[in-house]
Design a protein around this ligand. Structure first.
Ligand SMILES: Cc1cc2nc3c(=O)[nH]c(=O)nc-3n(C[C@H](O)[C@H](O)[C@H](O)COP(=O)(O)O)c2cc1C
Length: 190
């Protein structure tokens, strides 16, 4: 039986935001690159939001893998004031397609925040319902880094390749069989 958990935490960045590279703050870009390198082999998925100097991250996976990653993240000097908002058991990973999805402080997020009565993103003021809505919003939002920063590979790419290989072998075998039958018929006719 799987032992899946989801953790949601917030923190404050300790770095001064630098000029964006490819639309992403450079420190955040580096965090995303290590996340997308490390998370797949630990079967971890999730989303990272960065806005107004705050992080909001949701990580899903096997309990031991989530705990190990969170302990590493807690020691990371790039952020501070880490506060766990929620840690719960889940049946399935909800960010299945993302080793670490990235959502910047985009228009739709800011609009939702205004509905929360906030003009700036300050997750320390979120109540339980707002945390849930934030995760839903992040699940539905676009990731502008898709295809860059080692973005997630197309889902099931190796499986698709295997499928194509089998199809090619099957077609080649069929062509060979048809040729043999045709040859046999021609020989018989001669
Ligand atoms: C806000 C924040 C979120 C992070 N999320 C992840 C993550 O999802 N996966 C990960 O491997 N590292 C993450 N990191 C980076 C880790 O703290 C750590 O630097 C990294 O895992 C080290 O691995 P590396 O040596 O392969 O870069 C995060 C760091 C910060 C500050």
């Amino acid at each position: 039986m799987s032992d899946l958990v989801q953790i949601i935490y917030i923190s404050r960045a300790t770095f001064e935001p630098g000029p964006r590279e490819n639309g992403v703050e450079p420190h955040v870009g580096r965090i995303l690159m290590s996340s997308r390198k490390n998370n797949p082999r630990r079967r971890l998925v999730g989303v990272l939001f960065y806005g107004d100097g705050y992080f909001f991250q949701c990580i899903e996976g096997e309990r031991s893998a989530v705990q190990a990653l969170f302990s590493r993240i807690s020691d990371d000097p790039r952020h501070t004031d880490i506060r766990v908002l929620s840690m719960r058991d889940i049946d399935v990973r909800s960010f299945n397609d993302w080793s670490m999805k990235y959502v910047p402080a985009a228009r739709e997020v800011l609009e939702e925040l205004r509905r929360f009565g906030q003009s700036r993103f300050n997750p320390y003021e979120f109540n339980e319902e707002q945390v849930e809505r934030m995760v839903d919003l992040l699940r539905a939002s676009a990731d502008p880094t898709t295809g860059r920063l080692n973005g997630p590979p197309p889902r099931n790419a190796p499986a698709d390749m295997m499928g194509l290989t089998y199809l090619a072998i099957a077609l080649a075998t069929l062509a060979l069989a048809v040729s043999c039958v045709t040859l046999a018929m021609v020989m018989e006719w001669l």
